[in-house]
Design a protein around this ligand. Structure first.
Ligand code: SAM
Length: 267
């Protein structure tokens, strides 16, 4: 079957260049049909006649479509208590610093599960942390802000945690649960691009989650993001990376701490 819109090699190359510029994402050359499937929905929704016209629009100065283009190309897979050892390390860090103000940054938080998991782990350690959840994808962030999840996605939490931290919906909301206000109050969400030099520059966090996003970046971009995260972490703060990400090994600001976790060196 012929595709609905022509998507030539040069169109794909242009998409790869644009998403690398806007988000740092290095799209593999084998992803052409995935990219077509994700962007064709935007062409249909906006009544655009060709990829060339669409990409001209995305590239135009101040384009309101650019955000939707980026949102369409991000991969948002996440889960509550994904890689649970990091939340155990975070709770241990909290117990080792009784009374201290605790600040955590979930820096590619997607739909919020990671930020809320950190909040749960720290509440269970008897703390009331300040958590920032940020992401480049504004649609994912809107879901995070809402804090409403399918019960099926909450099953890994177990019945006790579900009861303590969520309110189950009834009637039209059956099958969904929302984050309880006490938990919600610990987490703020804001759009942030890991590539941008603005953002929480003056803020110093005790722990930063930057998981399962470095895999989309090339090496120079990873180093640039690591420099930024090093600046955002307090000495002895912890950086958590994804299960297949080891790029902080060898960075001068970090020392190995434990399974895909790194400690910020002093200075
Ligand atoms: C696979 S999800 C990972 C979510 C969560 N950290 C986890 O490990 O479960 C990757 C997230 O990184 C975000 N992302 C990609 N590029 C980004 C950038 N330059 N700045 C901030 N977030 C970015 C995507 O929007 C997506 O939500």
């Amino acid at each position: 079957m012929n595709p609905e819109f022509g998507f030539s090699g040069p169109d794909f190359l242009r998409v790869r260049e644009l998403i690398a510029t806007y988000a740092g994402i290095s799209l593999h050359e084998r992803k052409q049909s995935m990219v077509y499937n994700r962007l064709v929905r935007r062409l249909r929704a906006t009544g655009t006649r060709s990829f060339r016209e669409y990409l001209d629009w995305v590239e135009a100065p101040g384009s309101e479509e650019r955000e939707r283009f980026v949102n369409a190309l991000t991969t948002n897979l996440t889960a509550f208590f994904r890689e649970p050892h990091h939340f155990e390390m975070l709770a241990r860090l909290a117990r080792g610093r009784p009374g201290a103000r605790l600040r955590v940054w979930s820096s590619a938080c997607s739909t919020g599960e990671e930020a809320y998991s950190a909040a749960i782990a720290l509440r269970e350690a008897g703390r009331a942390p300040e958590i920032l959840g940020s992401d480049l994808d504004t649609e994912a962030l809107a879901t995070a802000q809402r804090g409403v999840y399918k019960i099926a996605a909450l099953e890994p939490l177990g019945a006790e945690r579900l009861r303590t931290h969520f309110l189950e919906g009834t009637g039209a909301n059956a099958g969904y649960a929302c984050v309880r206000p006490e938990l919600r109050a610990l987490v703020k969400f804001a759009p942030r691009n890991l590539l941008a030099s603005d953002g929480p520059a003056q803020e110093r966090f005790d722990a930063v989650f930057c998981r399962n996003v470095m895999i989309y970046f090339d090496r120079p971009t990873q180093q640039r993001v690591l420099d930024r995260l090093a600046a955002a972490l307090a000495p002895q703060g912890l950086l958590f990376l994804g299960h297949s990400e080891s790029c902080a090994a060898g960075h001068p600001a970090f020392r190995f701490f434990g399974k895909t976790a790194y400690e910020r060196r002093d200075g």
